[in-house]
Design a protein around this ligand. Structure first.
Ligand SMILES: NC(=O)C1=CN([C@@H]2O[C@H](COP(=O)(O)OP(=O)(O)OC[C@H]3O[C@@H](n4cnc5c(N)ncnc54)[C@H](OP(=O)(O)O)[C@@H]3O)[C@@H](O)[C@H]2O)C=CC1
Ligand SMILES: O=CC(=O)O
Length: 347
């Protein structure tokens, strides 16, 4: 079976890799085309544009960051709409709001093409191991035709009826998840600050009625300050925002979700300027105040670039992926050094 795949981020890469490993012929496209190369090593073909992929494949799957990306890939120049039509199917697995999904559905079906929304529950690891939960809605015929691919990507597929229901289900699930993660984070901090061992808290939680795979998986990593993203903060905040809008439309008051959204929003705006500032620093002539010598080097990640700055020699090295950074012997994130830089540049 030949499948097109648009969007090779954390999820799309793992999902298309899974399809390849399970005997599907896959033609991939990504906005940053260089990200296709790794998939080519596993047998994928590359389409230069979304339209080229759709032209070649009967079924095309998309896994894109947000509503703006999902719309752009369909409606913009060289987009899906230029080649979709009768006998072709388009499956959008991105997490978007029901309105975005309906807009895409109307455009696709007006050409005679079939449309299915199929957002997924489950993160990077379930995507890698084919254990996603697929929340499909839209064209029933396309759903049935897609089952061989869904069986590879997920452990269970739901068909939820008309377009919009898959998006709604996904937003409700992620609204609950975002609220849970906030409560969990507060609990970890409270246990530690009040003199408890947070590892004990993890054990207690895991044996009780609120045990769940997310606390079990994330908890130990959080206690080690390992925050490497499987589900990026910006996407969780996007889902909370879209879920709150769904609450508004349905006159459902969600004070817990609203509070969680505020925390996520403030966390993302706190991180972004920091990344930006350090990016700017790294691309200009480097000259550090002498106080920085105590921080011999720092490394951080921003938009796929690892940067290692040696404060003594005032030199920096770049790597375009975590794997490459590792192979160059670059170390782990050191946010304290980043904050020092920020403080100094502010002065
Ligand atoms: N990560 C997770 O655990 C899960 C994520 N999801 C959902 O899946 C979707 C993808 O998530 P994830 O893979 O983590 O996200 P990433 O941020 O890792 O990847 C986003 C993808 O969207 C592409 N993209 C972004 N903007 C545009 C644009 N304007 N035009 C074209 N392509 C664009 C990116 O291309 P480029 O490489 O060029 O930036 C990249 O391929 C999101 O909707 C997310 O909410 C659902 C379940 C779990
Ligand atoms: O959307 C994220 C997830 O883990 O599910």
């Amino acid at each position: 079976m030949e499948v097109g795949f648009l969007g090779l981020g954390i999820m799309g890469k793992a999902m298309s890799m899974n399809l390849l490993k399970n005997g599907f012929k896959v033609t991939v496209w990504n906005r940053t085309l260089s990200k296709c190369n790794e998939l080519v090593e596993f047998g994928a073909s590359i389409g230069e544009t979304p339209a080229q992929v759709v032209k070649k494949c009967r079924l095309t799957i998309a896994m894109l960051s947000d509503p703006a990306a999902a719309l752009s890939v369909v409606f913009d120049k060289d987009g899906v709409l230029e080649q979709i039509g009768s006998g072709k199917g388009y499956i959008d697995m991105s997490t978007v709001d029901p309105e975005t999904s309906s807009k895409i559905s109307q455009a696709i079906t007006s050409t005679g093409g079939a449309f299915l929304e199929a957002p997924v529950s489950g993160s990077k690891q379930p995507a890698e191991t084919g254990q996603l939960v697929i929340l499909a809605a839209g064209d029933k015929g396309l759903y049935e035709e897609s089952i061989p691919a869904f069986d590879v990507l997920g452990k269970k597929s739901f068909f939820l009826g008309q377009v919009g229901n898959g998006a709604k289900m996904k937003l409700v699930v992620n609204m609950i998840m975002g609220s849970m993660m906030n409560a969990f984070s507060e609990g970890l901090v409270l246990s530690e600050r009040s003199g408890l061992n947070p590892h004990d808290l993890l054990d207690v939680l895991d044996l009780g009625a609120i045990a769940n795979p997310m606390f079990r998986g994330k908890g130990p990593a959080m206690l080690k300050s390992n925050h490497s993203p499987a589900f990026p903060l910006k996407h969780q905040q996007k889902d909370m925002r879209l879920a709150l809008a769904l609450g508004d439309e349905n006159a459902v008051s969600m004070p817990v979700a609203a509070a969680a959204n505020e925390v996520l929003l403030s966390a993302s705006t706190r991180i972004d300027p920091m990344y930006r500032t350090v990016m700017e620093i790294s691309f200009c002539e480097l000259s550090f105040p002498s106080g920085l010598a105590s921080h011999r080097r720092m490394l951080f990640w921003s938009r796929l670039t690892w940067i290692d700055i040696d404060a003594h020699s005032c030199q920096f090295r770049k790597a375009n992926s975590f794997k490459k950074a590792r192979s160059m012997g670059l170390g782990d994130l050191d946010f304290s050094a980043v904050y020092e830089i920020l403080k100094m540049t502010k002065d």
